[in-house]
Design a protein around this ligand. Structure first.
Ligand code: PMP
Length: 406
């Protein structure tokens, strides 16, 4: 049973007025709201457990460790990793991608190639540019067509023995396009020995993820976009790869032995978890997974797709709306502009006065904006608690913006 009012009742933040109007929160691709169960888990950790993990033998420390490891196992199941130690807690997608690009440094040399796509978030561009600077490797970019679809025939021509990394997002945060990662992975495996990295920041909140079936080497995502606290995230990596590659941060927790003559490293996952982790956040991420599974991933996807379809249809009924990206193959995001009137941020400000929260600007994807020759878009993005009448309010707000700005 999918009961939207019951779901909304778990998000008290939604029940407020912004600028005198009921809040319509449509900025979920930036960050989602957190259900009571997640907030309670976080609160309870600090009120009842707060202790450092993996260290003390005292009761609270053991409890904190057990809870965090339980959360790790929940996430393991959530993405169907083979082992719980392949699940590394991070601060988020950005940290995960920086970690991977850093630990691959020794694997690349001058003129090797790293393939990304035109649809990447800056956090899946800049870490690879830094890796190129460190190693002399070159970045190659899979082009898109005017619908934002990746040009896989050109991708095929990029693949060679020089290809060392292929890193693409599963879902574009700017356009909502779902990329054919299975196809990209299969073609990469067939033609190269490259490491395959999937940025799952916009797919983990919306889809059932099976990293074994997907057969990527790394899959990274952020907790805060999937109902968990900010400052949480996951890096999944295949066991043999994480075992072979060097650590990222050095410090406490990640060592087996440490002396001035040298250090040996702790086994996975701790080798990649230096320092005191975000214990409360990591435990709350497990509660967010529980929330998603309880609502049901199929229910979430069905509801969000229906919202998206409705939003696209209603917006296109207006004159002068340009929606970016292929309409058929999208999830959770509609990115648009009002043709000939104002700039995206003007529209965003008018919507905000009406209590409607959307994102405007380049969405950390400047190359996509350059491709479409625009400064930015208005982006409405959906989560499980959004309602159809909120889309009606968005569309009314857009009409008002059209009148005010023309
Ligand atoms: N990749 C994608 C596709 C994203 O949408 C985002 C967040 N907007 C990121 C990476 C970066 O995530 P975070 O800021 O949580 O590290």
């Amino acid at each position: 049973m999918f009961d939207i009012q019951e779901i909304r009742s778990q998000f008290s933040i939604l029940d407020q007025k912004v600028n005198g109007k009921p809040l319509v929160y449509l900025d979920n691709a930036a960050t989602s709201q957190k259900p009571d169960s997640v907030l309670k888990t976080w609160d309870q950790y600090y009120k009842e457990i707060n202790a450092n993990v993996h260290r003390g033998i005292h009761t609270l420390s053991q409890l904190a460790t057990e809870e965090m490891e339980l959360s790790r196992r929940k996430i393991q199941k959530f993405i169907n990793a083979k082992h719980d130690f392949e699940v590394i807690f991070t601060k988020g997608t950005t940290e995960g991608l920086n970690l991977i690009s850093y630990i691959l440094t020794q694997k690349l040399k001058k003129d090797d190639e790293i393939i990304i796509s035109y649809l990447e978030h800056h956090s899946n561009i800049v870490p690879w540019q830094l890796l190129c600077e460190r190693t002399g490797a070159k970045l190659r970019v899979i082009p898109i067509d005017e619908n934002g679809i990746l040009q896989l025939d050109i991708f095929d021509t990029f693949l060679s023995e020089k290809t060392k990394v292929v890193s693409v997002n599963h879902v574009s945060n700017a356009l909502g396009i779902v990329n054919p990662v299975e196809e990209i992975i299969a073609r990469t495996r067939k033609n190269t020995d490259a490491y395959i990295v999937i940025d799952g920041a916009q797919s983990a909140p919306h889809f059932t993820i099976d990293v074994q079936e997907m057969d990527c080497d790394f899959y990274v995502f952020s907790g805060h976009k999937m109902y968990a606290p900010m400052g949480t995230g996951i890096l999944y990596g295949k066991q043999h790869i994480l075992e072979e590659l060097p650590p990222f941060h050095g410090g406490g927790e990640m060592i087996a032995t440490c002396s001035f003559d040298g250090t040996t490293y702790a086994p996975l996952p701790f080798k990649y978890e230096a320092g005191t982790p975000n214990v409360g956040g990591n435990i709350a991420l497990g509660a967010a997974v529980d929330f998603i599974l309880k609502v049901g991933q199929e229910n979430i996807q069905r509801h969000e797709n229906a919202l998206l379809e409705y939003a696209q249809r209603k917006l296109l009924e207006l004159d002068g709306i340009k929606i970016y990206g292929e309409k058929a193959n999208r999830t959770g995001v509609v990115s648009f502009n009002l043709e000939g009137v104002g700039i995206a941020s003007d529209v965003g400000m008018i919507l905000d006065k009406l209590g409607i929260a959307v994102r405007t600007g380049h969405h950390c994807t400047q190359p996509i904006m350059d491709f479409f020759n625009i400064a930015g878009t208005v982006r409405a993005s959906f989560a499980v608690y959004n309602e159809f009448h909120e889309i009606d309010l968005l569309v009314e707000g857009v009409q008002k913006a059209q009148r005010m700005l023309s």
